[in-house]
Design a protein around this ligand. Structure first.
Ligand SMILES: NC(=O)c1ccc[n+]([C@@H]2O[C@H](COP(=O)([O-])OP(=O)(O)OC[C@H]3O[C@@H](n4cnc5c(N)ncnc54)[C@H](O)[C@@H]3O)[C@@H](O)[C@H]2O)c1
Length: 335
């Protein structure tokens, strides 16, 4: 479906960091969007409560919010019905937390995906995009990494995402479900949880902290600004002929956490020091040392390339943090 202005799109995980930007990108493309946000008794809708575009689209009828839980197969059957495209992003994403709560990560990430796939099959959805993660590869065995890189989960989180991906691919093979896997490398930008490395560093520096304590400085990560990530989802929804395919995307540059921290300090003109502290380090087996994306398939099949440089993305993330010094509070406990 190349014309998204006629498309009825369901997005799960829509109140989250990336999901809220993906909702905005589909609204901009003209789609009619149902945004599924995890139900909580607060009634908050995560970051969508702070998105001017989302609030305006809700008023005009272009956006509808559905509160629910992907682990509920009966509800997913109702929520998926009537949509042409399903973008499935809902997940529990805590890598260390998945080590203490592996069953809930498996239930949401693998079980929730199974419910979405089954409902999509029953309701004849014409494209299902399942959101994967570069964590499925573990530490790079060859660089840059292309989609044929071996899978090696270091955490129950990564294993649950592999399970979800493989279920999706099996639904394509077994039932012909028109599913594709879209696999972002690390994403950063406005609305990201302050537990993630870039917002952690920037928020502390902006608060005047002079010694920033983080975990290991040596792992290398390939960072994409969230607007570039969101654009990949819109391109994937509109692209023809990617059924059963996996496409990943990233900047193609792997910087160490120490180098990323230096960029953060430069962005806000700070003379703070960044130090590694043992208690914040992940254990050696859990840590993924190197992720570096070969995005040539994304360029060839989706026409996707990153547009926002790291320094520009950091500047925009810092601007967001300056504008919300108290944190995205409602977003944080509702998502
Ligand atoms: N942030 C990254 O760098 C990154 C990189 C690669 C892939 N991803 C993937 O992108 C997706 C979005 O991640 P994010 O960083 O925006 O995280 P996030 O935590 O901000 O968003 C995840 C959303 O899923 C929702 N959710 C969790 N459990 C749910 C349930 N049982 N039912 C319904 N909704 C539920 C949460 O409420 C949240 O809004 C995830 O699938 C993640 O694995 C993220």
């Amino acid at each position: 479906m190349s014309d998204l202005s006629r498309a009825r799109v369901l997005i799960t995980g829509a109140g989250g960091f990336i999901g809220s930007h993906v909702v905005e990108a589909f609204l901009t493309a003209g789609a009619t969007v149902a945004a599924m946000v995890r139900y909580t008794s607060t009634g908050h809708r995560g970051h969508l409560d702070h998105s001017g575009e989302a609030l305006a689209a809700e008023r005009s009828g272009q956006l509808r919010i559905a509160l629910g839980d992907v682990t509920d197969p009966f509800q997913m059957d109702t929520v998926v019905a009537g949509h042409d495209i399903v973008v499935h992003m809902a997940a529990l994403i805590g890598i260390p937390h998945s080590c203490v709560a592996p069953a809930s990560h498996h239930a949401v990430n693998a079980g929730g995906t199974l419910n979405i796939l089954e409902a999509s099959r029953r309701h004849g959805v014409s494209r299902v995009i399942v959101t994967s993660t570069s964590e499925v590869y573990g530490t790079a065995q060859t660089v840059p990494m292309d989609e044929s890189h071996p899978l090696c989960p270091h955490s129950p989180y990564a294993a649950s995402k592999i399970a979800a991906d493989q279920l999706a691919l099996s639904f394509h093979r077994a039932y012909g479900l028109p599913v594709m896997i879209l696999r972002p490398f690390n994403t950063y930008g406005p609305r990201q949880s302050r537990r993630a490395v870039i917002p952690t560093i920037l928020a502390q520096v902006l608060a005047g902290v002079k010694t920033i304590e983080i975990g290991n400085l040596t792992p290398r990560r390939d960072m994409t600004f969230v607007e570039d990530t969101a654009r990949a989802f819109v391109l994937a929804a509109a692209a023809e002929g990617l059924e059963g395919e996996t496409v990943h995307f990233g900047s193609g540059e792997a910087l160490s956490i120490g180098e990323i921290a230096e960029h953060c300090l430069r962005t806000v003109g700070s003379d703070a020091r960044v130090v590694a502290v043992a208690e914040r380090e992940r254990t050696a087996d859990l840590e993924v040392d190197h992720l570096e994306c070969d995005a040539s398939k994304a360029k060839r099949t989706l026409g996707w390339e990153p547009r926002v440089s790291l320094d520009e993305g950091l500047r925009r993330t810092a601007d967001h943090l300056r504008a919300h010094p108290e944190g995205d509070r409602v977003g944080e406990y509702a998502v």
